[in-house]
Design a protein. Sequence first.
Length: 242
Amino acid sequence: MWGKRKDSRQPDSSPKPSSEDSGISAGSDSQKGSREALGSLAKSNSRKRSHAGCKGAGAKIEIRELEVDGIAVSLTIKRIKNVNLRVKPDGTVAVSAPPWVGEHQIAAFVREKRGWIEARKRAVAESPQSLVENASPEEIAAWRAAVEAAAPSLIALWEPVMGVRAGKIVYRNMTSRWGSCNPKTGRICLNIQLAKYPPECLEYVVVHELCHLLERGHGPRFKALMDTFLPDWRKRRAKLRS
């Protein structure tokens, strides 16, 4: 059970990695040249939405669908510098690109990254979020039972260490947060999906919520308290974000 300036020069046309999962920086290319070079490499579906009136960095100009060797790609043309490729939590392959990038370059890049895309899709399918979406009522009940069995002893352990006293403890199957705390009443809510992660993740969430009984926000004082009580809390949090 235990395993949520402006620059007049044109950009370099050679593929380069970007700051996102995978990406390239691409040079200028006319729309006509893009269509001629594309050929059978990728085909545009009929769905297209124009955002020509958008202005500013990052603004969307156009959204359309491509198909590259059987891979469906959601392509967003934006006012950005690089071409970025990612696999969304639902398994969708998404590409964002600046206006001067040709579709043939995007198709070639998707082909080049096919192995990476397939690996990411497998990882997504096996991720805790995917398990949640496909969980049976029996599995959800087992998650609840596991967290309900482990959390009270953790809370009892940390209350005297932190000098706090929790109020009512509730357990829910949540999609947007791992826990919550009401400092006025001491009520703490824990996500039963924590059962899918290592036990240290549940302990991190317990300490995090108890810490809100000492500090409401997540500012410097809150982080200092977490550093004092649970020095490796960032590593534990990273496991929940992976």
